[in-house]
Design a protein around this ligand. Structure first.
Ligand code: HEM
Length: 525
């Protein structure tokens, strides 16, 4: 009896071992090199023992621009080859329209937001949301952002008067929370600054990521037969975490629907106005590259229904999450470069003095004219891509990319840091140096379009890019118009990155503000 039992265990273990070793041959069969995986964890432990971008950069030097790694069980191609990425993100998008997401997430659940949605559902959500982020809508929303920037400047005034170093990152967090509360849901500014605001409490709950939230992902990866259970667990934990914010968004939706006088131009209203029923009927059966690419342009109209209402709620909650931390961190990195690159700060101030002649935050039209501001921000985002793990895709069918056969289900991860530091795209000067002049029109024209990826690329890029850039530009222009940002003994130089939900500065961005005395040149066209 015992002998039989031992024999069965040995046979099962051998089958498991053989399957595992065989699954690790996947890259060899494709002709792709990569770091040798551990039998149980794949390359997961190497990836977790250091910031992932450092692991990628090391492997890129050892194995070339395209290599294979195993996140626990799942194989992923990691690449910094811009030609390969252009195929995946743009040219063959219909085969790679899905982001690479853990199996524990139920992509069809109506509460699952656009980031994790799949296929036609993603396309419908994107079509509904695209018009909300068009240039025209940004222009209409600009006054709300200007209002928040003006109240942020009052806080900066106090900081300057105090003459003490302070953490400008946390000030930016207050600003971006106000902006997204106001532009997202019409929530009054004062209620956000108030620490007892239920809005703030609900947001804090969403932003905290306790380890327990990762369990479903580990279960689905290590024991694929328990994926169903992992999905149920994930749904339960996510709904629990989102309960308060869902209730707030739902109340805001109901009040808009019940009281037509409460209309205002904000993300929630624009989403409610983008009616969805007819969109369903416009989604074609087959998803071709060209029809998916048209999702960039905007959506059509139709009738509202209950199911889309709850989907809209989920998207609005997502915008809150996506719009807060990313933009405040982008501003914090930009402030670091204002302080540590005085020449670039002077050049920016010269441009601001020329264009921003009115009191208060500049208008949408004014910031659109300011080229150096655009170059400054883009260079800061190149050196500090805040969401470098965002741009990834999963093959929805097998295909051939740059001569490599990609099987269905293969994940493609983008090595954003290596691309952003590649002298082939960015030199000279040395890509590790801050130099906004890399973004002159002539240099951009000569560069591969996939060389700058802070917002991802292709039809599934960041939908909020225009919104984030507008907010960041208005804030920076206003800040340097009145003050110079300076380093102090507490400023961490060079700054160190750490991976949290996004890639954050390890320490506070501590700076000092000094008042400028400017003779304003009234030359604005
Ligand atoms: C500096 C600020 C921001 C950065 C660096 C950033 C970065 C990114 C990146 C890298 C992606 C993945 C793109 C891809 O897969 O190709 C993404 C997706 C997304 N972002 Fe942003 N983001 C920012 C601000 C915002 C804002 C303000 C919003 C909304 C208010 C937003 C909403 C989204 C959404 C909804 C997606 C998913 C799009 C889809 O799957 O179709 N982001 N973002």
């Amino acid at each position: 009896m015992w002998l039989y039992l031992v024999a069965v265990i040995v046979i099962l273990a051998s089958v498991w071992l053989w399957q595992r070793i065989d699954s690790y041959r996947v890259f060899k069969k494709m002709g792709i090199n990569g770091p040798p995986p551990n039998l149980i964890f794949g390359n997961f432990r190497q990836i977790m023992s250091q910031p992932v971008w450092m692991a990628y950069r090391k492997w890129e030097q050892l194995y070339g621009k395209t290599f294979g790694v195993f996140f626990l069980n799942s194989p992923s191609i990691v690449t910094s080859d811009v030609h390969f990425l252009q195929e995946v993100f743009v040219k063959q998008f219909s085969k790679f329209h899905q982001r690479e997401i853990p199996d524990s997430i139920d992509t069809e659940d109506e509460k699952t937001n656009m980031v994790f949605a799949k296929g036609k559902r993603w396309k419908r959500l994107r079509l509904i949301s695209n018009p909300t982020f068009s240039s025209l809508k940004m222009k209409q929303m600009a006054p709300l952002i200007q209002e928040s920037v003006n109240s942020f400047m009052e806080a900066m005034e106090k900081r300057c008067q105090e003459e003490k170093p302070f953490d400008i990152h946390s000030e930016f967090q207050g600003l971006t929370m106000e902006v997204i509360a106001s532009c997202g849901f019409g929530i009054e500014l004062n209620s956000v600054r108030d620490n007892t605001s239920p809005f703030l409490a609900a947001c804090c709950k969403v932003f905290s990521t306790p380890l327990v939230m990762m369990w479903p992902m580990f279960i689905a990866e290590l024991l694929p037969s328990l994926t169903g259970l992992a999905k149920v667990m994930n749904k339960y934990l996510t709904r629990k975490k989102m309960r308060d914010i869902d209730a707030l968004v739902s109340a805001a939706v109901q009040s808009r629907l019940n009281d037509p006088k409460s209309r205002r131009v904000d993300l929630l209203q624009l989403m409610l106005d983008a009616k969805t029923d007819n969109l369903d009927s416009t989604v074609p059966q087959a998803m071709t590259d060209s029809d998916v690419i048209t999702t960039q342009e905007g959506g059509e109209t139709g009738q509202q229904n209950d199911s889309s209402l709850s989907e809209i709620q989920a998207q609005c909650a997502l915008f809150l999450f996506a719009g807060y931390e990313t933009t405040s961190t982008a501003l914090a990195y930009a402030a670091y470069h204002l302080a540590t690159s005085p020449e670039a700060q002077k050049a920016l101030q010269a441009e601001v003095d020329q264009y921003c002649t009115d009191e208060g935050a500049p208008s949408y039209e004014t910031i659109s004219k300011m080229q150096y501001l655009d170059m400054f921000l883009k260079e800061s985002l190149r050196l500090h891509p805040i969401a470098p793990f965002g741009p990834g895709r999963t093959a929805q069918e097998s295909s051939t990319v740059m001569g490599v056969h990609i099987p269905k289900g293969m994940k493609i991860r983008c090595d954003v840091y290596s691309i952003h530091m590649d002298p082939e795209h960015w030199g000279p000067p040395d890509p590790s140096l801050f130099c906004p002049e890399r973004f002159t029109a002539e240099r951009i024209a000569k560069r591969h379009p996939m060389a700058w990826l802070p917002f991802g690329a292709g039809p599934r890029n960041c939908i909020g890019m225009r919104f984030a850039l507008m907010e960041a530009k208005m804030t920076l222009a206003c800040l340097v118009k009145k003050f110079s940002v300076e380093t102090c003994a507490e400023t961490q130089i060079p700054l160190v990155h750490v991976a949290r939900c996004t890639v954050q500065p390890e320490k506070a961005i501590t700076v000092r503000l000094t008042r400028r005395h400017v003779v304003v040149n009234k030359t604005e066209e």
